[in-house]
Design a protein. Structure first.
Lengths: 263, 255
């Protein structure tokens, strides 16, 4: 048993390194894309929209949500590459015959997605500081809480990628990924509003939104990054995210088994 | 002992009543077969006979719906990872990582099997020389022709010195001279004591290389024996004629 764990950990590290090595080749492009998106978003929300009556600190509010959703926007591309491989090169079939459990293969992909998500999210901090300058204080950040919620969020996005890939299963259904998963989760996940503002508007809607894992990423991110007190408690956000990670993993593994029929 | 079993050879792999269903379709309907240490077993059959399904089950890519496979007397499903250290699988369709160079593909393969760097270097040098691949080492898989991809696939399957190699139609679409070179390399594996399961459509290939051939038809073993014995029994000059006679029997029976 111990020998197996040692071997599996070794293979997990090697597979993760390989996936990361491949993903790293596109890191610069990804960083440029995210900087463009974040710059536009923060500039409009932080400066332009104030002319239409938006609160002066809305730019910072957006910064926290942008950092929280970078990993979510990686889901589509990662899902696309997975399905392209399943339907094309089928390298995954080779990986599923290496001397390890299939879970090792899936977790190596999840670890690689998490690492890329973390790097891209971390790159947002300097841009956020440059754009928001005085309204964004680095001293208000609770670094431990921020690191934990960021890691959990990106693990969730990694596991979510596997679950969505397995659920969609075919290139012909790829457009569903954006319209049925990413967009509604993102837009209804507190990207533009806090849970408390929805709670004061409509309690049933607020409780329904608690089914959305992204909401917990946003709320936890705001508390740790901006020190907001009117967010859902950070500890609850982390615990619920852990629950969503487990649920997505169980579902993703089950659907992958059905899709690829591996041992 | 099965028909045509090599004398004094012990059983390496025992396939016990393997069935495989894909929805309503039954691809394998109860295949039982012993494979002996050091032999080359040719798996023959028409399209859809179940050859690739059987080899993918032996390679642990897919699980059987029913039945068991024993390796050296123990079920492979008790410790799949341990069994995988002993086998090398070359599927019909090349599945090298297109994002990596061929050298990286081979090195990583060795590392997944726990080989030390020095061992990987030695093995890489040996296989690259054996298969004439040196000039392509630093290229990515998608620039290679089918023949070279196939050689890399076989080299990858052999990286960790497996006891059992499963080659699923390794010469499909290759030029005749490259096919002959691959035949020689498969013979060399046998000389090294490696057991080979060779799935093929080419009956000349099966006749040239196999110690025994197993003909699958509609998910069942139609017959299994040495090529010479089959030719003698059917009073035919070559395996192709035997195969055609067998398939004609089938057609007549159906009619």
């Amino acid at each position: 048993m111990n020998v197996s764990i040692f071997r599996f950990t070794d293979i997990l590290c090697k597979l993760t390194k390989t996936h990361f090595y491949i993903a790293r080749q596109q890191l610069l492009d990804k960083a440029i894309n995210i900087y463009i998106w974040a710059f536009c978003s923060l500039f409009v929300m932080g400066y332009v929209m104030q002319s239409f009556g938006l609160a002066t600190d809305y730019g910072c509010f957006q910064l926290a949500t942008v950092i929280g959703t970078i990993g979510l926007f990686e889901v589509y591309g990662n899902c696309f590459r997975c399905i392209a491989d399943i339907e094309g090169d089928q390298h995954i079939n080779y990986l599923l015959t290496v001397p390890a459990s299939p879970a090792v293969v899936w977790w190596s992909m999840i670890c690689s997605y998490t690492l890329i998500g973390l790097i891209l999210s971390a790159l947002m901090l300097p841009l956020g500081k440059l754009l928001m300058w005085n309204s964004f204080s680095l001293t208000a950040i609770s670094w431990v809480k921020f690191s934990i919620i960021l890691i959990l969020a990106n693990i969730f996005y990694g596991v979510f990628t596997i679950a969505v890939t397995a659920h969609v299963g075919a290139m012909s259904k790829m457009e569903n990924v954006w319209s049925r998963f990413i967009f509604p989760l993102w837009f209804m996940g507190g990207y533009l509003f806090s849970w408390e503002s929805i709670y004061s508007l409509s309690r049933p809607l607020a409780y329904t939104l608690l089914c959305n894992p992204i909401l917990f990423v946003m709320e936890g991110m705001r508390e740790s990054l901006l020190g907001h007190q009117d967010c859902l408690p950070w500890g609850i956000c982390c615990a619920v995210l852990c629950g969503f990670i487990v649920a997505c993993w169980v579902y993703g593994k089950y659907k992958m088994q059905r899709l690829l029929d591996f041992v | 002992m099965h028909e045509g079993a090599p004398m004094n050879h012990s059983i390496l792999l025992k396939i016990k009543n393997i069935k495989k269903r894909y929805g309503a379709k039954e691809a394998l309907k109860g295949v039982s077969l012993d494979i002996y240490k050091g032999e080359i077993l040719g798996l023959l059959g028409v399209n859809g006979a179940g050859k690739t399904t059987l080899s993918s089950i032996i390679a642990t890519l897919h699980p059987p719906t029913e039945g068991d496979v024993e390796f050296n007397g123990a079920s492979i499903y008790k410790d799949v990872a341990d069994y995988r250290y002993q086998i090398g699988y070359c599927p019909q369709r090349p599945n090298l990582n297109p994002e990596l160079t061929l050298e990286q593909n081979l090195r990583l393969s060795g590392s997944y099997y726990g080989m030390a760097d020095e061992h990987i270097n030695n093995r890489l040098t040996h296989l690259v020389t054996q298969f004439g691949l040196r000039q392509y080492l630093h290229q990515k898989a998608n620039v290679l022709s089918g023949g070279y991809k196939q050689r890399f696939m076989i080299a990858r399957a052999l990286m960790h010195n497996p006891q059992l190699v499963i080659l699923d139609e390794p010469t499909v679409g290759l030029d005749p001279h490259i096919r002959r070179q691959l035949w020689q390399q498969i013979r060399e594996l046998k000389q090294l004591g490696v057991t080979v399961i060779l799935t093929t459509h080419y009956l000349d290939e099966a006749e040239q290389l196999s110690d025994r051939v197993c003909v699958l038809d509609d998910g069942l073993i139609k017959l299994i024996d040495t090529p010479d014995k089959l030719k003698a029994d059917f009073k035919m000059k070559n395996l192709e004629d035997v195969f055609i006679a067998l398939m004609s029997e089938n057609t007549s029976a159906t009619e």
